[in-house]
Design a protein around this ligand. Sequence first.
Ligand SMILES: [Zn+2]
Length: 337
Amino acid sequence: MLERDHDVDGAFVYAVSTTRIYCTTRCAARRPLRRNVTFFNTAAEARLAGYRACRRCRPDERRPLEPATAAVIELCRRLEQDPNTDVGTFASEVGYNVRHLRRCFDSLIGVSVVDYAQAQRASRVRASLREDTTIVDAIYRAGYGSSRAFYEHGAPRLGMSPRTFRTGGAGEHITYTSRRTGLGVVLAAATARGVCAVRIGPDEEALESELSAEFPRAVIERDDEGLRELSECIELAARGQDTTALPLDLAGTAFQLRVWRELLDIPLGTTLTYAQVAERIGAPRAVRAVGSACGANPAALLVPCHRVVRRDGSLGGYRWGLEVKAALLDLESPPTP
Ligand SMILES: [Zn+2]
C-alpha cells in the first residue's frame, strides 16, 4: 500500500477511521496514519463496517487483477482458511508452475509461502488460546501436526510462550538492566528465553516507563546481577565493538522477523541500503516496508538496524535519534590508515 503498488490494486481496500472513507492502493490521497487504518478484503466488507467509497480512487470500480496476482491472493486466502493447504495442488488447480507461483508469492507478499503459513498457524494458536482450550488442543487446532512442530516453528513467532499468552502476558517475568554509555542510557530487558527489548534514550526513568507500557501485564524487575552478560554486551556494542550473539525473544510480524534476521547478518563496519535489504529478503519492491520494520526494531544495537542507510549515503531514520545512529556508524567504521 505504501509503495502504491499497482500489482496489488484491487486485492484489498483500506479504510480510514478519521474520514470514514475507504480507498484502493492506487489512491492519490495522502497516506493516513497506520493507527487510523483498517484493511478489508473487499469493498463490500468496508461498506458493511460503515465506511463509504472514496470519490477520487473509486474503489467500487474494481479492475481485474493480473492473473498471477489473483492466484497469489487466492493462495493467501486459502492459507488463512487452512495453513496446511498444499501449494503444489493449488498451483496445478490454478494452472501455474509451483516454483513460479512461489516466486510470485515471495515478491508480492514479501514473505515465503512457508513463512505465511507459519504466521497463520501462530495467529490461530493465539486466537484459540484466548478461548478456554488447553494448549495442546490449540496447537492441534491451529494445524500443527505435533506439539514438537509447534515448539520448533510456532513458539518463537508468538514472542511469548503460549502459557503466558493465554492470560494476556500476565505472569511473564521480565528482568532488565541499564547503563550509561557514550550513546546515552541504554536499557536492556529479557524474558527467560532471550532479550526482548533494548532501548536508548537520554533518561533512565522514561525508558523504564516505556518498558512497562510495552509489557503492561508482565512482572518487571531490575536484575543487574543476573543480566551482567547482557549489560557487558551492551557496553561493547555502544563502543562500536563486536559482541557475542545473545538469544533474542522478539515479537513481530513474519515480515518484520524476516527483516530483523537479515539485519543480524550485516557485519560490523559495513552498511546496506534499505533497497539492498529488500532485495536480500526477496522482496525488492518492499523498500519502504523494510524501512518501517527497521524503525520497529525492538532490540537496538543487538539487531543492528543502524547499519541500514539510504542509497545516497544519507542516514535515513533511526528510532533512537539520528545523532545516535551517526555516532554508532562512526564508532563502527574501520580506522582509516
Ligand atoms: Zn481514495
